[in-house]
Design a protein around this ligand. Structure first.
Ligand code: NAP
Ligand code: ZN
Ligand code: ZN
Length: 357
């Protein structure tokens, strides 16, 4: 079927309107009329082709925080029907056979890796087809990789849960954030603000470590108990050995040693931000207090559904700035300046005009 979206034709070029084709639904496919798509910092990293070893596919239609309505289904689909409110996150398939896949950890698939929603290739009837994401009017996805949006969650404010929400929910659950635990979130951006809301709802003490004092009031409103500007070197002394869990959401390299020193005995710093360059840290800082440094990638499909249900029960949505799709290039610049409160969401329905509708 003919669809349209916004694409970067080459690395580091502005996005512009692009017509392309998606497959007709196969037996287990769901066709989704996209209503909203969030802008993740990963979209910018990938459009700029700046991750080490990256070999990005262009033209690239980014977008992996997708919500919309089912408009058609394949003959054997059982999980969804026309009119359902649904969502798609960062993956549209995986091998389904390896240990991580069997254990609902498709994001760590070792049978070729998960098929990412865009900037990847999927195998369709023996042919490799480039995947294109949610800055577009329709997407076709196997029902097993589609999420159900619970009643009561608005599709615009729920869209960023599909990446920002699950990327913080998963490590907070894995490292057992909850009552009695001290959690720090470094960087109050799209991911960070979801981390504050979720960790607060889990009952942890939440501290935001931000690079300036500008977001202090917002952080408290979002549920943070404490707030520190990392531009003040004294805080690293005040908070030495304090946190059980530090989640680093920052998109550029920080001095890891200073932050690792803030962990208590057995504390863990979990990286979710993916800076362009390699990181460095000093072994004695880990060894001296049995600290660990770890990483975490989005969440599996089952856990993503669990996160959506958790957000509905706890009345959690994202703080968004809704924009029309022609403002996407401007929005990228503002994200790079940490100037968004706290996620841009593209209003696809009301701003993307396709000639081929
Ligand atoms: P974002 O909205 O741009 O937030 C990043 C935050 O980092 C900013 O708001 C800012 O917070 C801080 N920051 C930015 N530049 C900084 C600088 N020069 N010095 C110090 N702090 C700075 O980005 P996002 O969408 O949340 O994504 C964050 C990172 O996570 C990206 O690298 C993205 O690719 C990655 N990511 C990873 C996963 C995963 O599965 N692991 C999933 C999604 C995204 P303050 O103003 O509070 O300091
Ligand atoms: Zn993302
Ligand atoms: Zn697998």
């Amino acid at each position: 079927m003919k669809v349209c979206g916004y694409a970067a034709q080459q690395p580091k070029t502005p996005l512009s309107q692009f017509e392309f084709e998606r497959r007709e639904p196969r037996d287990f496919d769901v066709v989704i009329d996209i209503q909203y798509c969030g802008i993740c910092h990963s979209d910018i990293h990938q459009v700029n082709n700046e991750w080490e070893g990256a070999n990005a596919f262009f033209p690239m239609v980014p977008g992996h925080e997708i919500t919309g309505i089912v408009s058609d289904i394949g003959a054997k689909v059982t999980r969804y029907k026309k009119g359902n409110k649904v969502a798609v996150g960062c993956m549209v398939d995986s091998c389904r056979k390896c240990n991580p896949c069997i254990n609902s950890l498709e994001q760590y698939c070792v049978g070729g890796g998960p098929v990412l929603t865009y900037n990847d290739e999927e195998n369709i009837d023996g042919k490799k087809i480039t995947t294109h994401g949610g800055y577009s009017n329709k997407i076709v996805v196997d029902e097993n990789y589609v999420l159900s949006v619970p009643e009561g969650l608005p599709l615009d404010k729920a869209a960023p849960l599909l990446c920002a929400g699950i990327t913080l929910y998963s490590p907070l659950m894995h490292w057992k954030a909850g009552p009695g635990k001290k959690v720090a979130i470094i960087g109050l951006g799209g991911l960070g603000h979801m981390g504050v809301k979720i960790a607060h709802a889990l009952g942890a003490e939440v501290t935001v470590l931000s690079h300036s004092l500008k977001k202090q009031e917002d952080a408290k409103r979002l549920g943070a108990d404490k707030f520190y500007a990392t531009s003040d070197p004294r805080i690293f002394h005040t908070l030495a050995g304090y946190f059980d869990i530090i989640i680093n959401t920052v998109s550029v390299n920080l001095d890891s040693n200073k932050y690792l020193s803030m962990l208590t005995l057995d504390g863990a710093m979990v990286l979710v931000g993916i800076p362009e360059n390699q990181m460095q840290f000093a072994a004695p800082i880990l060894v001296g207090s049995r600290r660990s440094i770890a990483g975490s990638s989005i969440g599996g499909i089952k856990e993503t559904q669990e996160m959506l249900d958790f957000c509905q029960k706890n009345n959690i949505t994202c703080d968004i700035e809704k924009i029309s799709i022609d403002k996407v290039n401007e929005a990228y610049k503002r994200v790079l300046n940490s100037d968004v409160k706290y996620r841009f969401v593209i209003d696809i329905t009301n701003s993307l005009k396709c000639n081929n509708k």
